[in-house]
Design a protein. Structure first.
Length: 412
């Protein structure tokens, strides 16, 4: 099977890496990719539909949300190409927070109370707080959300989103530890992957602004034993069924971002694609060859797929960000002297560019390191051991990924 992956981050590097290890996958292509992936995929740049046709691929896997919301999966299907990723109609579950709230309300799924505020309207901040959750009701890659106890900061974010011409979504704050559960979904069929936890704030101790994610670990030792099944039964399956009933069935990866509160799981948000950086940790433990799994979803055969097999133990990923991220990013520092063309064990490249035979930082989140181990402590030690061998002037990362779980500080 020949596969084309669309995207350029560490998530796509992880997808390419695991696809390249699947014996049924003969070729892995990626577009636009990055020069840190060349050991596992052929990097292209061009229109995805034309590329898929020219390369004669059997399957396209779309990584990021923007092309999905813009209808890339529909275009590929119309061109007769099998694709892992939802239609534009189904991708609204991420593209429009208001659409997602409406589906959840009709499916009876627990989520935050929300009000949409259009540009020009006054935001009813009095009806929310003392912790305000202010979202850009559009695509912002996780960076359009401000969670704050400072009313002035909430007001400023409302003004900024409105100034950009977008509606704001005000939400009640959901208390409790966060869980990311990724599910393969093919119409009404739902197969969960391992539960993971992201660390969205830039600073240790969950301080500073939200980012695209600074690290993640899987599975979650503190989650109740029936936690994954409850999320499937109470959240993902009802939403998948509702979307079938509404005539926009979901096909691909449905990502439930949840808070586990006193009543169990409540939805913070849905995404229509693999999450970054959780995917990098989750796929590190998947024993079932990835190509066959994604192809089963793309060809409507998920219900026939044998149960997924997983390695025992834990996986952890830590993100190395460039100086200044997320506010303003300094590029150009040398990351590896080893350069493109080979993989560095336990390293997935994201914001890197080739400079001769070196890789240099070209974007906010530069790379991920991955550690696995029989215990979460061991996975942490491995990941941070790799991180200590990487140098990037001014680069920064969080030292406390999974620390709360290891120290038993997370309770539900
Ligand atoms: N883990 C956050 C995201 O993928 O949006």
């Amino acid at each position: 099977m020949r596969v084309l992956v669309i995207g350029s981050g560490a998530r796509e590097h992880a997808l390419c890496h695991h696809l390249s290890e699947d014996p049924s996958v003969t070729e892995v292509h990626v577009s636009p990719g990055n020069p840190g992936m060349t050991a596992v995929a052929t990097v292209h740049d061009g229109d995805p539909v034309a590329l898929a046709r020219d390369l004669g691929v059997d399957l396209v896997v779309v990584g990021p949300e923007v092309p999905l919301v813009d209808g890339l999966a529909d275009d590929l299907r119309e061109a007769g190409v099998r694709v892992f990723g939802p239609s534009a109609a189904a991708a609204r579950i991420e593209g429009s927070k208001a659409f997602a709230k409406d589906v959840m309300a009709r499916a009876g799924v627990r989520t935050a109370r929300a009000e949409q505020v259009l540009p020009g309207e006054d935001a009813p901040l009095d009806r929310f707080g003392p912790t305000w959750v202010v979202k850009d009701d559009g695509l912002a890659g996780g960076k359009g959300v401000v969670v704050t106890t400072d009313r002035a900061e909430a007001e400023a974010h409302v003004a900024a989103v409105h100034a950009a011409g977008n509606p704001v979504l005000l939400e009640s704050f959901l208390d409790g530890p966060e869980v990311s559960l990724f599910c393969l979904v093919d119409g009404g069929t739902v197969v969960p992957l391992l539960p993971a936890q992201d660390h969205k704030r830039v600073g240790e101790g969950d301080t500073g602004p939200n980012t695209g994610g600074m690290g993640a670990y899987t599975p979650l030792p503190w989650l109740p034993e029936d936690g994954v099944q409850r999320i499937v039964d109470e959240v993902v399956a009802p939403v998948a069924r509702q979307m079938v009933e509404d005539g926009c069935p979901f096909s691909g990866l449905l990502y439930a971002g949840l808070a586990w509160g006193a009543e169990g799981p409540s939805v913070v948000e849905f995404n229509c694609r693999f999450g970054d950086p959780e995917t990098q940790a989750v796929l590190a433990l998947l024993r079932t060859p990835l190509g066959g799994v994604l192809d089963a979803v793309a060809s409507g055969r998920l219900a026939e797929l044998p149960p997924l097999e997983w390695e025992d133990g834990y996986a952890l990923t830590v993100v190395l960000a460039a100086e200044g991220y997320p506010a303003s990013t300094v590029t150009g520092g040398v990351v590896f002297g080893g350069g493109p063309g080979r993989e560095h064990d336990g390293v997935l490249a994201a914001g890197v560019a080739a400079d001769g035979d070196r890789l240099v930082a070209s974007g906010g989140r530069v790379l991920n390191v991955i550690g696995t181990g029989a215990t979460l402590e061991e996975a942490r030690e491995r990941a941070y051991g790799i991180m200590d061998s990487v140098t990037l002037p001014g680069g920064h990362f969080r030292r406390d990924i999974a620390a709360g779980a290891v120290e038993g500080r997370i309770h539900v």
